[in-house]
Design a protein around this ligand. Structure first.
Ligand SMILES: Cc1cc2nc3c(=O)[nH]c(=O)nc-3n(C[C@H](O)[C@H](O)[C@H](O)COP(=O)(O)OP(=O)(O)OC[C@H]3O[C@@H](n4cnc5c(N)ncnc54)[C@H](O)[C@@H]3O)c2cc1C
Length: 370
């Protein structure tokens, strides 16, 4: 945000003193928009989660919810994105199609989205806090000179209709609610899995509004020459895993991570860790769970040798069942775990793996014998 605009957007000190003098040029901004992100032609689940939140905000404000789809012409991805937008609550969709939008590039996507905003004036614009979403949200907000609240954990509408965007602050020990008082749209990003998946709507319908991208290839500095996979078939997708087994400093040594991996593989789950293990270089950052890592919502979360610091807790609270293994009966993780095991993880993890292995073998044998 520019200095000039930061001053314009900053609230005066004290909530009571926050006069909502929305400048005239923004007073006709209406409706809630969700940017529908396509990842290799597939709709990113965070966009669906945001449609659920966007629907709630739009209903509170009594306005429309729109999905914004940007991509190449006639692509299956854009068609699926529009279908999903309606299926998860959008009343209308904006569609910008151009061969220049075949792959994500900051300049044409920023141009497409900012032009759409200037032409149609939404009051709220939500994006997923993915690599793409963070890049796009930042440049759209700076181009439009409006406020952007990143990594929100709660979105609400204030009594006067302003977006109340809540996010952790001071290392996760406090939550702050941020308002964009004098600029529009009010922009926010939310990380994958932070919000719940909404229900599909029965017989969804809606109108599609097309918008032309007014840009030429010569105006774009970035060229996509080829895509190379990072070659790591072990890349984590913890945010959407049903079962996650994670370890912390209590595991004591890097070789003990194998105990986590063995259990995770046996029960069909993925594995992760607390932040210090990433800082030690024991695990890559995409396996970190918590405030500055992944937020997870698995059906089962097993935490071994993790104390349960608040920064870790905020990333796992959405799990259906939390099982904690810790030698210290007073460890904070026992305050929010559903099941607690006071034990040495180094011996308990392999014992658990063995029990599950035997159970699976018995089940397979019974199936075979039938
Ligand atoms: C700005 C900021 C952001 C942060 N973001 C994150 C984040 O995203 N994710 C995150 O995890 N942390 C994050 N942290 C760090 C966080 O504050 C904690 O320091 C961290 O979560 C602690 O990791 P831990 O539980 O593995 O280690 P510790 O707190 O040292 O806990 C180790 C636990 O293991 C237990 N233990 C020891 N031996 C055994 C054994 N043999 N068997 C079983 N249990 C044993 C101990 O009783 C203890 O409870 C952040 C901190 C800051 C300041």
């Amino acid at each position: 945000m520019s200095t000039e605009n930061r001053e314009a957007c900053s609230p005066p000190s004290g909530r009571a003193a926050m006069e909502k003098e929305l400048p005239k040029q923004f007073q006709d901004y209406r409706n809630v928009w969700v940017f529908i992100e396509l990842e290799h032609g597939q709709v990113h689940p965070v966009s669906i989660e945001l449609l659920g939140e966007g629907r709630k905000l739009a209903d509170k404000l009594g306005v429309h919810l729109a999905g914004v789809v940007i991509g190449p012409p006639g692509g299956q991805g854009t068609a699926n994105a529009i279908a999903d937008a309606f299926a998860y609550g959008a009343d209308l969709s904006y569609l910008v199609e151009s061969p220049l939008l075949a792959h994500y590039r900051n300049e044409p996507f920023t141009k497409a989205l900012t032009d759409l905003v200037l032409a149609n004036k939404p009051e709220i614009l939500l994006l997923g806090a993915t690599t793409l979403g963070r890049d796009l949200a930042g440049s759209v907000a700076t181009t439009l000179k409006t406020g952007l609240t990143a990594d929100c954990t709660e979105l609400n509408v204030d009594s006067d209709g302003s977006l109340a965007a809540t996010r952790p602050t001071f290392g996760g020990s406090l939550l702050c609610t941020i308002y964009t008082l004098k600029c529009r749209p009010q922009m926010a990003t939310v990380r994958p899995s932070v919000m719940a998946m909404p229900q599909r709507v029965n017989n969804p319908t809606g109108s599609i509004i097309r918008h032309e991208l007014k840009m030429r290839e010569e105006e774009i500095a970035t060229k996509v020459l080829a895509f190379f996979s990072d070659g790591d078939s072990n890349t984590a997708n913890l945010a959407y895993a049903d079962v996650v087994v994670a370890g912390g400093l209590g595991l004591g040594a890097v070789q003990n991570l194998q105990l986590l991996k063995d259990l995770a593989r046996t029960i069909g789950g993925d594995f992760g860790c607390s932040r210090p293990l990433v800082q030690k270089g024991w695990m890559p950052v995409d396996r970190q769970i918590g405030q500055t890592g992944n937020t997870i919502r698995p059906k089962l979360y097993i935490a071994a040798g993790i104390s349960g610091a608040v920064q870790h807790r905020v990333g796992v609270e959405g799990a259906d069942l939390i099982v904690a293994i810790n030698t210290d009966p007073n460890a904070p993780i026992f305050d929010f775990a559903h099941l607690g095991v006071v034990a040495d993880a180094i011996s308990f993890l392999p014992a658990l793996t063995e029990v599950f292995t035997k159970r699976l073998e018995r089940r397979n044998f019974e199936k075979f014998a039938q």
